[in-house]
Write a protein that binds this ligand. Structure first.
Ligand SMILES: Cc1cc2nc3c(=O)[nH]c(=O)nc-3n(C[C@H](O)[C@H](O)[C@H](O)COP(=O)(O)OP(=O)(O)OC[C@H]3O[C@@H](n4cnc5c(N)ncnc54)[C@H](O)[C@@H]3O)c2cc1C
Length: 475
């Protein structure tokens, strides 16, 4: 794990100290230990067992974007891996320094640089924390409509680098839909800025090249993002569908008719019982679905009324809207004890997206490949559908094995292998918003075919010495 390239740690450290403030560069053991695990289950388990999967040689915390560019240049010159670290909330092992080298902790880049209240945009540095940004925007009656469940840990750069999605994505889009432009430091290009608006005809759209690149092409140092006003009204509804198929069909019809709920969470029977019911504090069964509608009161009410009519036509029972409000108020509880599992459990999220034409087959494939065969391990697979598009939707398949036992890692890997193979065979795309990292790297060839070679060539052009987060994303 220590520096394996021709570079010597001392030379790299000296170069970093001369480019940054000395206190921004650390090789202290306890500091390095803070970067051995993001929220990738194998990394958490390995760190708990005292055998971390990864540990950096040096950690730096730059205070300016120029310092970030200097770190990238030093890493490139010395052929040393350099790994961006945002909030460390990623679930795919993306931020782990698996080949040692330099971790760049971006949380020192924490300035909200400009809020344009005419265009409704914010320009923020990459290390700005999601919750802090939201609070400052809300004070002005604005919001960045990107509310991942990890908002308290994640950073602006991490949102973009991992191609994330928030709970209101059905109305406002994923992070790539909210991103106007960015600044990025790459080994080949230094610090560069992309075109200031995302709709133009001045050549290919480079901003989007860096969305989802997970630190393999460069380090994002700032971004300009679209805001919206805090809605005048947010209304909740709750319904129970007779089946997953009936529910997915009804929501599809409502969206395709032009109605735009901001949140739609459709829980299958197992997820209703094991995930939704404990958090909202009721004993429930069926296919529970919560919906939110927002904006001007008149339009929100119209959208709600029409969507519920479509749901009723599909056989839904309309329930007390308080259930929806309670879900919203407690939506982060799902990710905290006692609802969030702990070791010795194994957990993970099979997050698969597909068109409406294929989604039923993908759901069935996951059920058959994961829910049933692993029943003897006590595995529970709780699937809900939470981000909806005009063309399709995604399945958030959370699995938990209560006690992984002595071969927990092998069991974890087998579940992923079976889940991903089944989803891909059924025509699914293996991830909607968590990214690739280490976890899904082995499946990138199957997912992309020859296009993976094009991605590798793009990486080679921007990062010719393969120093940017090497060993990730199957690149
Ligand atoms: C409890 C929980 C709930 C979650 N819920 C959601 C959710 O609702 N929606 C969602 O989208 N995700 C969710 N996630 C996943 C994760 O929080 C997101 O992927 C988040 O966007 C990661 O941001 P981060 O700042 O923590 O990035 P990190 O974990 O630090 O990094 C993620 C990847 O991006 C790279 N990276 C980080 N910053 C930069 C940068 N400035 N430039 C270039 N590369 C960079 C890293 O090297 C790594 O490859 C959840 C995670 C947890 C633990």
């Amino acid at each position: 794990m220590a520096l394996t390239r021709p570079a010597r740690l001392g030379d790299v450290q000296a170069a970093l100290v001369s480019a940054l403030a000395p206190e921004a560069v650390s090789t202290a053991g306890e500091r390095l230990d803070a970067y051995t695990a993001d929220t990738y289950w194998p990394a958490i388990a390995a760190t708990a067992a005292g055998k971390p999967l990864a540990r950096p040689d040096i950690v730096v915390q730059p205070r300016t974007e120029e310092e970030v560019a200097a770190v990238v240049a030093i890493a490139d010159e010395h052929r040393v891996p350099v790994v961006p670290w945002g909030g460390g909330s990623g679930t795919q092992g993306g931020a782990l320094p698996i080949r040692g080298g330099i971790v760049v902790d971006l949380r020192g880049l924490d300035e909200i640089l400009a809020i344009d209240e005419t265009s409704l945009t914010v320009t923020a540095q990459a290390g700005v924390n999601g919750r802090r940004l939201e609070a400052e925007l809300n004070d002005r009656g604005l919001m960045l409509p990107h509310y991942p469940a990890s908002v308290e840990w994640a950073t602006v750069g991490g949102y973009i680098a991992a191609r994330g999605s928030g709970v209101l994505s059905t109305r406002y889009g994923k992070i790539e839909d909210l991103l106007l432009s960015l600044r990025v430091a790459t080994p080949a290009g230094g610090l560069m800025e992309t075109v200031s608006v995302p709709r133009h005809a001045v050549g290919p759209e480079l901003t989007q090249l860096f969305v989802g690149s997970e630190g393999t092409l460069g380090i994002i140092t700032r971004a300009t993002l679209q805001l919206v006003p805090v809605p005048a009204e947010r209304r909740f509804a709750a319904v129970s569908f007779p089946s997953v198929d009936a529910g997915v069909g009804a929501i599809r019809r409502a969206l395709q008719a032009g109605y735009r709920p901001s949140a739609v969470r459709l829980y299958d029977e197992v997820a209703t019982q094991l995930a939704f019911a404990p958090v909202v504090g009721e004993d429930l069964s069926g296919v529970y679905t919560v919906l939110a509608f927002e904006g001007e009161p008149e339009s929100a009410r119209l959208e709600e009324r029409r969507t519920l009519e479509i749901a009723r036509e599909a056989g839904a029972e309309v329930l007390d809207p308080a259930l929806g409000q309670r879900w919203w108020d407690r939506r982060y509880d799902f990710y905290h004890p006692p609802h969030q599992p702990e070791l010795p459990a194994i957990w993970g999220t099979l997050d698969v997206v597909a068109t409406y034409a294929r989604i039923a087959a993908v759901y069935e494939a996951l059920r058959t490949a994961v829910r049933e065969p692993y029943a003897d391990t006590g595995l529970q697979l709780r699937m809900h559908f939470s981000h909806w598009y005009l063309w399709g939707t995604m399945i958030y398949g959370r699995f938990v094995v209560p006690d992984g036992g002595p071969d927990a890692l092998a069991l974890h890997d087998r579940i992923w292998e079976d889940g991903m193979t089944a989803a891909l065979d059924a025509g699914g795309v293996m991830n909607d918003h968590h990214g690739v990292g280490i976890k899904l790297g082995p499946y990138m060839r199957r997912q992309h075919g020859a296009a993976l070679d094009a991605m590798r060539r793009i990486k080679a052009a921007l990062d010719p010495n393969d120093v940017m987060n090497p060993g990730k994303m199957g690149l």
